[in-house]
Ligand binder design. Structure first.
Ligand SMILES: NC(=O)c1ccc[n+]([C@@H]2O[C@H](COP(=O)([O-])OP(=O)(O)OC[C@H]3O[C@@H](n4cnc5c(N)ncnc54)[C@H](O)[C@@H]3O)[C@@H](O)[C@H]2O)c1
Length: 319
Protein backbone atom coordinates (compact mmCIF):
# COMPACT_ATOMS: atom_id res chain seq x y z
CA UNK A 1 0.00 0.00 0.00
CA UNK A 2 1.54 3.33 -1.06
CA UNK A 3 1.42 6.08 1.54
CA UNK A 4 0.38 9.31 -0.16
CA UNK A 5 0.74 12.91 1.02
CA UNK A 6 -1.07 15.86 -0.54
CA UNK A 7 0.58 19.29 -0.35
CA UNK A 8 -1.83 22.19 -0.95
CA UNK A 9 -5.42 21.35 -0.08
CA UNK A 10 -7.14 23.98 -2.23
CA UNK A 11 -9.27 23.94 -5.39
CA UNK A 12 -7.66 21.24 -7.55
CA UNK A 13 -6.77 18.97 -4.62
CA UNK A 14 -10.45 18.05 -4.40
CA UNK A 15 -10.29 16.31 -7.80
CA UNK A 16 -7.02 14.65 -6.82
CA UNK A 17 -8.27 13.44 -3.43
CA UNK A 18 -11.44 12.02 -5.02
CA UNK A 19 -9.24 10.13 -7.48
CA UNK A 20 -6.78 8.88 -4.82
CA UNK A 21 -9.72 7.47 -2.85
CA UNK A 22 -10.46 5.21 -5.83
CA UNK A 23 -6.93 3.77 -6.05
CA UNK A 24 -6.86 0.42 -4.25
CA UNK A 25 -3.12 0.24 -3.60
CA UNK A 26 -2.74 3.79 -2.21
CA UNK A 27 -3.84 5.57 0.95
CA UNK A 28 -3.69 9.27 1.77
CA UNK A 29 -1.87 9.35 5.10
CA UNK A 30 -0.81 13.02 5.30
CA UNK A 31 -2.19 16.38 4.25
CA UNK A 32 -0.38 19.71 4.29
CA UNK A 33 -1.79 23.22 3.96
CA UNK A 34 -0.82 26.50 5.58
CA UNK A 35 -4.54 27.05 6.25
CA UNK A 36 -5.69 24.36 8.72
CA UNK A 37 -9.37 24.93 7.85
CA UNK A 38 -8.69 23.72 4.30
CA UNK A 39 -7.84 20.26 5.61
CA UNK A 40 -10.91 19.69 7.84
CA UNK A 41 -13.15 17.96 5.27
CA UNK A 42 -10.36 15.95 3.58
CA UNK A 43 -9.02 14.89 7.00
CA UNK A 44 -12.44 13.50 7.91
CA UNK A 45 -12.63 11.75 4.54
CA UNK A 46 -9.19 10.18 4.73
CA UNK A 47 -8.18 9.97 8.38
CA UNK A 48 -4.82 11.47 7.37
CA UNK A 49 -2.50 13.37 9.71
CA UNK A 50 -2.51 17.10 8.97
CA UNK A 51 0.41 19.54 8.87
CA UNK A 52 0.67 23.28 8.36
CA UNK A 53 4.41 22.94 7.74
CA UNK A 54 5.63 21.06 4.69
CA UNK A 55 9.09 20.52 6.19
CA UNK A 56 7.59 19.05 9.36
CA UNK A 57 5.46 16.68 7.28
CA UNK A 58 8.52 15.48 5.38
CA UNK A 59 10.42 15.11 8.64
CA UNK A 60 7.78 13.07 10.46
CA UNK A 61 6.01 11.01 7.80
CA UNK A 62 7.05 7.96 5.81
CA UNK A 63 5.73 8.96 2.38
CA UNK A 64 5.92 6.94 -0.85
CA UNK A 65 4.20 9.45 -3.13
CA UNK A 66 3.78 13.21 -2.74
CA UNK A 67 1.06 14.91 -4.78
CA UNK A 68 1.80 18.64 -5.16
CA UNK A 69 -1.29 20.85 -5.55
CA UNK A 70 0.40 24.03 -4.30
CA UNK A 71 0.58 27.46 -5.95
CA UNK A 72 2.73 27.19 -9.07
CA UNK A 73 5.76 29.15 -7.81
CA UNK A 74 6.31 26.55 -5.06
CA UNK A 75 6.18 23.43 -7.25
CA UNK A 76 9.82 22.92 -8.17
CA UNK A 77 11.45 23.69 -4.80
CA UNK A 78 8.92 21.62 -2.86
CA UNK A 79 9.23 18.75 -5.33
CA UNK A 80 13.02 18.74 -4.95
CA UNK A 81 12.83 18.73 -1.14
CA UNK A 82 10.69 15.58 -1.34
CA UNK A 83 12.77 13.95 -4.08
CA UNK A 84 15.88 14.39 -1.91
CA UNK A 85 14.11 12.34 0.76
CA UNK A 86 13.52 9.52 -1.76
CA UNK A 87 9.83 10.33 -2.37
CA UNK A 88 8.10 9.90 -5.76
CA UNK A 89 6.39 13.13 -6.80
CA UNK A 90 3.37 13.97 -8.91
CA UNK A 91 3.32 17.72 -9.64
CA UNK A 92 0.33 19.74 -10.81
CA UNK A 93 0.93 21.77 -13.95
CA UNK A 94 2.95 23.88 -14.62
CA UNK A 95 6.15 22.33 -13.30
CA UNK A 96 7.46 25.88 -12.86
CA UNK A 97 7.58 29.33 -14.41
CA UNK A 98 11.34 28.87 -14.92
CA UNK A 99 12.78 26.89 -17.83
CA UNK A 100 15.80 25.65 -15.88
CA UNK A 101 13.56 24.05 -13.22
CA UNK A 102 12.60 21.22 -15.60
CA UNK A 103 16.18 19.96 -15.64
CA UNK A 104 16.58 20.68 -11.91
CA UNK A 105 13.56 18.54 -10.97
CA UNK A 106 14.21 15.71 -13.44
CA UNK A 107 17.90 15.41 -12.66
CA UNK A 108 17.15 15.36 -8.92
CA UNK A 109 14.65 12.53 -9.53
CA UNK A 110 17.21 10.61 -11.55
CA UNK A 111 19.91 11.12 -8.92
CA UNK A 112 17.65 9.90 -6.10
CA UNK A 113 16.06 7.07 -8.09
CA UNK A 114 12.44 8.24 -7.79
CA UNK A 115 9.62 8.86 -10.27
CA UNK A 116 8.40 12.31 -11.12
CA UNK A 117 5.54 13.35 -13.38
CA UNK A 118 3.82 16.62 -14.19
CA UNK A 119 0.05 16.19 -14.19
CA UNK A 120 -0.74 17.24 -17.74
CA UNK A 121 -4.33 16.22 -17.61
CA UNK A 122 -5.32 16.51 -21.29
CA UNK A 123 -2.95 13.65 -22.08
CA UNK A 124 -5.32 11.53 -19.98
CA UNK A 125 -8.62 13.06 -21.19
CA UNK A 126 -10.69 10.76 -23.38
CA UNK A 127 -11.95 13.45 -25.78
CA UNK A 128 -8.39 14.64 -26.43
CA UNK A 129 -7.00 11.11 -26.64
CA UNK A 130 -9.65 10.34 -29.25
CA UNK A 131 -8.39 13.26 -31.33
CA UNK A 132 -4.80 12.07 -30.94
CA UNK A 133 -5.80 8.64 -32.17
CA UNK A 134 -7.48 10.11 -35.26
CA UNK A 135 -4.24 11.97 -35.97
CA UNK A 136 -1.89 9.05 -35.26
CA UNK A 137 -3.90 6.55 -37.30
CA UNK A 138 -4.84 9.04 -40.02
CA UNK A 139 -8.41 7.81 -39.81
CA UNK A 140 -9.79 10.86 -41.65
CA UNK A 141 -6.66 11.71 -43.62
CA UNK A 142 -4.29 14.46 -42.62
CA UNK A 143 -5.02 17.47 -40.44
CA UNK A 144 -5.68 20.70 -42.34
CA UNK A 145 -6.26 22.99 -39.36
CA UNK A 146 -7.25 23.08 -35.73
CA UNK A 147 -8.61 25.51 -33.22
CA UNK A 148 -8.63 25.22 -29.44
CA UNK A 149 -10.29 27.26 -26.75
CA UNK A 150 -10.12 27.71 -22.95
CA UNK A 151 -12.00 30.72 -21.62
CA UNK A 152 -13.37 31.76 -18.25
CA UNK A 153 -13.57 34.41 -15.57
CA UNK A 154 -10.47 35.78 -13.85
CA UNK A 155 -10.11 33.60 -10.76
CA UNK A 156 -10.82 35.32 -7.47
CA UNK A 157 -10.75 32.30 -5.21
CA UNK A 158 -7.09 31.37 -4.92
CA UNK A 159 -5.03 31.55 -1.72
CA UNK A 160 -3.82 35.16 -1.26
CA UNK A 161 -4.95 35.71 -4.88
CA UNK A 162 -1.73 34.06 -6.04
CA UNK A 163 -3.33 33.24 -9.41
CA UNK A 164 -3.60 36.88 -10.44
CA UNK A 165 -0.01 37.56 -9.34
CA UNK A 166 2.07 37.11 -12.49
CA UNK A 167 5.21 36.21 -10.56
CA UNK A 168 3.37 33.29 -8.89
CA UNK A 169 1.07 31.90 -11.62
CA UNK A 170 2.33 33.26 -14.95
CA UNK A 171 -1.31 34.27 -15.65
CA UNK A 172 -3.23 32.92 -18.65
CA UNK A 173 -0.32 31.45 -20.66
CA UNK A 174 0.90 29.28 -17.75
CA UNK A 175 -2.36 28.70 -16.00
CA UNK A 176 -4.81 28.06 -18.85
CA UNK A 177 -3.23 27.95 -22.27
CA UNK A 178 -0.62 25.47 -21.04
CA UNK A 179 -3.23 22.69 -21.23
CA UNK A 180 -3.81 23.13 -24.97
CA UNK A 181 -0.13 23.70 -25.70
CA UNK A 182 0.85 20.57 -23.74
CA UNK A 183 -1.61 18.58 -25.81
CA UNK A 184 -0.42 20.03 -29.12
CA UNK A 185 3.19 19.20 -28.33
CA UNK A 186 2.22 15.73 -27.09
CA UNK A 187 0.32 15.09 -30.33
CA UNK A 188 2.21 16.99 -33.04
CA UNK A 189 5.58 17.88 -31.50
CA UNK A 190 7.15 21.33 -31.44
CA UNK A 191 5.51 23.90 -33.72
CA UNK A 192 7.75 25.29 -36.49
CA UNK A 193 6.67 28.81 -35.66
CA UNK A 194 3.97 30.87 -34.03
CA UNK A 195 2.21 34.21 -34.11
CA UNK A 196 1.12 35.44 -30.71
CA UNK A 197 -1.28 38.18 -29.66
CA UNK A 198 -2.15 39.29 -26.14
CA UNK A 199 -4.68 41.76 -24.76
CA UNK A 200 -4.33 42.59 -21.08
CA UNK A 201 -6.46 44.89 -18.99
CA UNK A 202 -7.23 45.31 -15.32
CA UNK A 203 -7.94 41.82 -14.02
CA UNK A 204 -8.12 40.28 -17.47
CA UNK A 205 -5.80 38.56 -19.87
CA UNK A 206 -6.57 37.21 -23.35
CA UNK A 207 -4.20 35.48 -25.71
CA UNK A 208 -4.66 34.38 -29.28
CA UNK A 209 -1.94 32.31 -30.89
CA UNK A 210 -1.46 30.56 -34.19
CA UNK A 211 0.97 27.63 -34.13
CA UNK A 212 2.43 26.67 -37.49
CA UNK A 213 3.31 23.12 -38.45
CA UNK A 214 4.65 21.88 -41.81
CA UNK A 215 1.32 21.64 -43.61
CA UNK A 216 -1.32 22.84 -41.15
CA UNK A 217 -1.85 25.38 -38.39
CA UNK A 218 -3.64 25.43 -35.05
CA UNK A 219 -5.07 28.55 -33.48
CA UNK A 220 -5.82 28.80 -29.78
CA UNK A 221 -7.73 31.27 -27.65
CA UNK A 222 -7.31 31.39 -23.89
CA UNK A 223 -8.67 34.02 -21.57
CA UNK A 224 -9.63 35.23 -18.17
CA UNK A 225 -12.22 37.98 -18.53
CA UNK A 226 -13.19 40.35 -15.72
CA UNK A 227 -16.87 39.47 -15.97
CA UNK A 228 -18.71 36.26 -15.17
CA UNK A 229 -18.21 34.06 -18.20
CA UNK A 230 -19.19 30.39 -18.03
CA UNK A 231 -16.00 28.36 -18.37
CA UNK A 232 -15.71 26.85 -21.81
CA UNK A 233 -13.07 24.66 -23.36
CA UNK A 234 -12.91 22.54 -26.47
CA UNK A 235 -11.55 22.17 -29.97
CA UNK A 236 -12.42 21.92 -33.63
CA UNK A 237 -10.11 20.01 -35.97
CA UNK A 238 -10.45 19.96 -39.72
CA UNK A 239 -9.21 16.77 -41.39
CA UNK A 240 -9.24 15.98 -45.10
CA UNK A 241 -12.23 13.69 -44.59
CA UNK A 242 -14.00 14.94 -41.46
CA UNK A 243 -14.60 17.79 -39.08
CA UNK A 244 -14.24 16.86 -35.40
CA UNK A 245 -15.75 19.16 -32.78
CA UNK A 246 -15.46 18.93 -28.99
CA UNK A 247 -17.73 21.53 -27.47
CA UNK A 248 -19.80 21.71 -24.29
CA UNK A 249 -18.61 18.24 -23.24
CA UNK A 250 -19.84 16.63 -26.46
CA UNK A 251 -17.50 15.21 -29.05
CA UNK A 252 -18.96 15.09 -32.55
CA UNK A 253 -17.52 13.73 -35.78
CA UNK A 254 -18.88 15.04 -39.06
CA UNK A 255 -17.39 12.83 -41.78
CA UNK A 256 -17.19 13.96 -45.40
CA UNK A 257 -19.05 10.80 -46.36
CA UNK A 258 -21.70 9.37 -44.07
CA UNK A 259 -23.74 10.47 -41.08
CA UNK A 260 -22.33 12.61 -38.32
CA UNK A 261 -22.18 11.05 -34.86
CA UNK A 262 -21.38 11.82 -31.23
CA UNK A 263 -18.46 9.95 -29.71
CA UNK A 264 -18.96 11.22 -26.15
CA UNK A 265 -21.53 13.30 -24.35
CA UNK A 266 -25.23 13.20 -25.07
CA UNK A 267 -25.17 10.85 -28.01
CA UNK A 268 -28.63 11.71 -29.33
CA UNK A 269 -30.32 9.90 -32.20
CA UNK A 270 -27.32 9.72 -34.48
CA UNK A 271 -25.47 7.42 -32.06
CA UNK A 272 -22.84 5.47 -33.94
CA UNK A 273 -22.53 2.86 -31.22
CA UNK A 274 -18.89 3.70 -30.56
CA UNK A 275 -19.41 5.83 -27.46
CA UNK A 276 -16.43 6.01 -25.20
CA UNK A 277 -17.16 5.18 -21.58
CA UNK A 278 -17.25 8.06 -19.12
CA UNK A 279 -13.80 8.40 -17.59
CA UNK A 280 -12.15 10.73 -15.15
CA UNK A 281 -8.95 12.22 -16.48
CA UNK A 282 -7.58 12.99 -13.00
CA UNK A 283 -8.12 9.39 -11.99
CA UNK A 284 -6.47 8.21 -15.21
CA UNK A 285 -3.37 10.35 -14.64
CA UNK A 286 -3.01 9.33 -11.00
CA UNK A 287 -3.56 5.65 -11.82
CA UNK A 288 -0.90 5.93 -14.51
CA UNK A 289 1.60 7.53 -12.13
CA UNK A 290 0.94 4.89 -9.46
CA UNK A 291 1.47 2.13 -12.05
CA UNK A 292 4.83 3.70 -13.00
CA UNK A 293 5.89 3.69 -9.34
CA UNK A 294 4.55 0.19 -8.68
CA UNK A 295 6.09 -1.38 -11.79
CA UNK A 296 9.23 0.77 -11.81
CA UNK A 297 8.55 1.99 -15.35
CA UNK A 298 9.40 5.44 -16.71
CA UNK A 299 6.68 8.12 -16.73
CA UNK A 300 7.95 9.45 -20.05
CA UNK A 301 5.58 7.43 -22.23
CA UNK A 302 3.01 10.14 -21.38
CA UNK A 303 4.90 13.19 -20.13
CA UNK A 304 8.44 13.85 -21.41
CA UNK A 305 11.02 16.19 -19.95
CA UNK A 306 11.89 17.53 -23.41
CA UNK A 307 8.24 18.33 -24.12
CA UNK A 308 7.96 20.21 -20.81
CA UNK A 309 10.96 22.28 -21.86
CA UNK A 310 9.36 23.13 -25.22
CA UNK A 311 6.16 24.10 -23.40
CA UNK A 312 7.98 26.43 -21.00
CA UNK A 313 10.12 27.96 -23.77
CA UNK A 314 6.98 28.69 -25.80
CA UNK A 315 5.08 30.13 -22.84
CA UNK A 316 7.97 32.33 -21.73
CA UNK A 317 7.82 33.92 -25.16
CA UNK A 318 4.37 35.37 -24.38
CA UNK A 319 5.83 37.88 -21.92
N1 LIG B 1 -5.01 20.32 -13.92
C1 LIG B 1 -5.92 21.25 -13.80
O1 LIG B 1 -6.92 21.27 -14.51
C2 LIG B 1 -5.72 22.32 -12.76
C3 LIG B 1 -6.82 23.09 -12.36
C4 LIG B 1 -6.62 24.04 -11.36
C5 LIG B 1 -5.37 24.25 -10.81
N2 LIG B 1 -4.31 23.51 -11.25
C6 LIG B 1 -2.97 23.73 -10.68
O2 LIG B 1 -2.98 23.30 -9.32
C7 LIG B 1 -2.19 24.15 -8.51
C8 LIG B 1 -3.05 24.66 -7.34
O3 LIG B 1 -4.13 25.40 -7.84
P1 LIG B 1 -5.49 25.59 -6.98
O4 LIG B 1 -6.51 26.10 -7.91
O5 LIG B 1 -5.79 24.37 -6.23
O6 LIG B 1 -5.03 26.77 -5.97
P2 LIG B 1 -5.62 27.08 -4.52
O7 LIG B 1 -5.13 28.44 -4.13
O8 LIG B 1 -7.09 26.82 -4.48
O9 LIG B 1 -4.92 25.97 -3.59
C9 LIG B 1 -3.58 26.04 -3.18
C10 LIG B 1 -3.51 25.62 -1.70
O10 LIG B 1 -2.14 25.62 -1.28
C11 LIG B 1 -2.09 26.14 0.05
N3 LIG B 1 -0.74 26.67 0.29
C12 LIG B 1 -0.21 27.83 -0.15
N4 LIG B 1 1.09 27.94 0.24
C13 LIG B 1 1.37 26.80 0.93
C14 LIG B 1 2.55 26.31 1.58
N5 LIG B 1 3.69 27.02 1.57
N6 LIG B 1 2.48 25.11 2.20
C15 LIG B 1 1.33 24.39 2.23
N7 LIG B 1 0.19 24.83 1.64
C16 LIG B 1 0.21 25.99 0.98
C17 LIG B 1 -3.19 27.20 0.11
O11 LIG B 1 -3.63 27.45 1.41
C18 LIG B 1 -4.26 26.57 -0.78
O12 LIG B 1 -5.23 25.86 -0.01
C19 LIG B 1 -1.68 25.25 -9.42
O13 LIG B 1 -0.35 25.01 -9.78
C20 LIG B 1 -2.58 25.20 -10.65
O14 LIG B 1 -1.91 25.56 -11.84
C21 LIG B 1 -4.48 22.54 -12.19
Amino acid sequence: MFKVAIAGVGGISKSHIAAWLKIPNAKITALCDVRPEQMKGPQEQTGATTYVSFDEMLEREQIDILDICLPTDLHADYAIKAIEKGINVLIEKPISLKYEDVERVYSAAEKHGVKVMVAQVLSFWRDYLYLKELVDKRIYGRVLSGSMERIGTTPGWSFENWMTDESRSGLVPFDLHIHDLDFLIYTFGEPKGSRKYRARGENQDYIHVVYEYDDFFVSADSAWFNKDVPFQSGYRFQFEDALVIFKEKRLKVIPKDGESFFVTGDTGAADSGINLPATNAFLNEIEYFVSCVAEDKPTTEKVKKEELQIVLKTLLDFN
